[in-house]
Design a protein around this ligand. Structure first.
Ligand SMILES: NC(=O)c1ccc[n+]([C@@H]2O[C@H](COP(=O)([O-])OP(=O)(O)OC[C@H]3O[C@@H](n4cnc5c(N)ncnc54)[C@H](OP(=O)(O)O)[C@@H]3O)[C@@H](O)[C@H]2O)c1
Length: 390
């Protein structure tokens, strides 16, 4: 393996370690050496290699120190650095899309360069999900924006952030995410039209828009005007849970998009959560469900915690358990394959506590409120997309 590839490989591992919930509290970066990290329990350094970490985790010194801190699980490497990843040799950022839409068909992403035009919240969530999953490493990612207000976030993760550098993105990236506000898109495309004229463009480029409300045909017209040559165009809806790899994403694309580009987009989005292809006509409804839905759930979780506090529980515990309970209920629906109505019936005993609570929810119209919330958000999304198109 060449030195550059080995360093890339070690950086990827180190990045995974430093962000893995199992390790991040005690494994810290060695300043000025991107290939090493050190253990704050034992005060020893380890190279970003699976064998070094394994040796370290099973050393007597580390086990004693970790157990003192109540950490017993530190003996097995996490999935993000499991032995399925080669220790030496080629980079392992190929992965598979499974039945549930998560990462199976091996898609090579080791040579895919990703660029973000627009470097704000949404771009950061997606980039964080991609980097955490390990499908790409920081040196494969570029970001640009008109100002440097978000530069630090990208540079802290080893990503090349260049201000006002749309042309660099067009020049070097295979996949370009458009991640600006809808009203900022026209100016971005006009800038591109001027700047990208004459710029050598990568072959078979994929453009993925996260910009709400801008249709595939509008994107297509805008990109032709911006002189981008025949990119494969995708529109996606996702949410900020991408940054913890618990997102759900849908994408739509034009009939002209080839299978290879669809697989690549599915692989990228699948690296940070569920993913499905859907008709473009459904994107407003999906924006309401998976884009706005998390906010609705935050309200519900907060209200559940408030109820628990009202009935005497301490706030911090109430909130933590409300959130975990909602997460558990979601997993039951996804993993048991049972209808939520059946799951609900299974926990409502005659004249019991739960059916009394359900009765109150029905009296207050919670079901209708949730249905109307999704519909109102979808309608608003429709209105906004008409506004964007004017
Ligand atoms: N599809 C989805 O699932 C989903 C979910 C949520 C949000 N969204 C959409 O995602 C988009 C981004 O939202 P956000 O919350 O990330 O916005 P944000 O935090 O405001 O970020 C917007 C970014 O675009 C940059 N920008 C502005 N004009 C530009 C130009 N001419 N060229 C290049 N970059 C430019 C901004 O630059 P500065 O840093 O210099 O300000 C900023 O970095 C929005 O369209 C939003 O509706 C989509």
């Amino acid at each position: 393996m060449s030195t550059a590839r080995r360093v890339d490989y070690q950086q990827k591992f180190r990045f995974n370690w430093l962000n893995d919930p199992k390790y991040k509290d005690w494994l810290k970066p060695v300043e000025n050496d991107r290939s090493r990290a050190y253990c704050t329990f034992c005060r020893v350094g380890t190279y970003a290699k699976l064998s070094d970490l394994k040796k370290h985790l099973i050393s007597k010194k580390h086990r004693a120190a970790a157990e003192k801190h109540g950490i017993r699980y530190a003996l097995s490497p996490s999935p993000s650095m499991s032995s399925s990843q080669p220790e030496q040799g080629h980079l392992s950022n190929t992965f598979e899309m499974g039945e549930n839409g998560h990462s199976s068909g091996r898609i090579p992403l080791a040579d895919t360069v990703i660029g973000f035009i627009g470097a704000g919240k949404m771009a950061q969530s997606i980039a964080q999900g991609l980097l955490l999953s390990g499908v790409v490493i920081p040196s494969q990612v570029y970001a640009t924006a008109p100002s440097t207000s978000n530069a630090e976030w990208w540079r802290n993760r080893g990503v090349d952030f260049c201000q006002k550098s749309n042309t660099q993105i067009v020049n070097v990236c295979d996949v370009i995410f458009l991640a600006m506000k809808p009203q900022q898109l026209p100016s971005t495309l006009s800038q591109l039209a001027v700047e990208a004229a004459g710029v050598r463009q990568k072959q078979k480029q994929i453009v993925i828009s996260v910009v709400s409300g801008v249709t595939l045909s509008q994107l297509s017209e805008g990109l032709v005007a911006a002189r981008l040559v025949e990119p494969m165009i995708f529109r996606i809806v996702t949410n900020t849970a991408a940054e913890i790899r618990k997102s759900c994403s849908v994408y739509s694309t034009l009939l002209s998009s080839d299978l290879e580009s669809k697989k690549k987009v599915k692989a990228l989005l699948g690296s940070f959560g569920l993913v499905e292809e859907v008709p473009e006509s459904q994107l407003n409804q999906f924006t309401a469900l998976i884009g706005s839905g998390p906010a609705f759930m935050y309200v519900i979780i907060e209200a559940l915690a408030d109820g628990a506090v009202k009935s005497g529980l301490p706030r911090a515990l109430a909130l933590k358990f409300a959130a975990q309970m909602v997460s558990g209920a979601s997993s039951m629906v996804l993993e048991s394959g049972k209808h939520p109505g059946q799951l609900k019936d299974e926990v409502c005993s005659p004249a019991g506590t739960t059916i009394h609570g359900i009765g109150e929810l029905e009296n207050r119209g919670v079901r209708a409120a949730m249905m109307n919330a999704i519909q109102a958000a979808a309608n608003r999304c429709q209105e906004l997309s008409q506004f964007v198109s004017k």
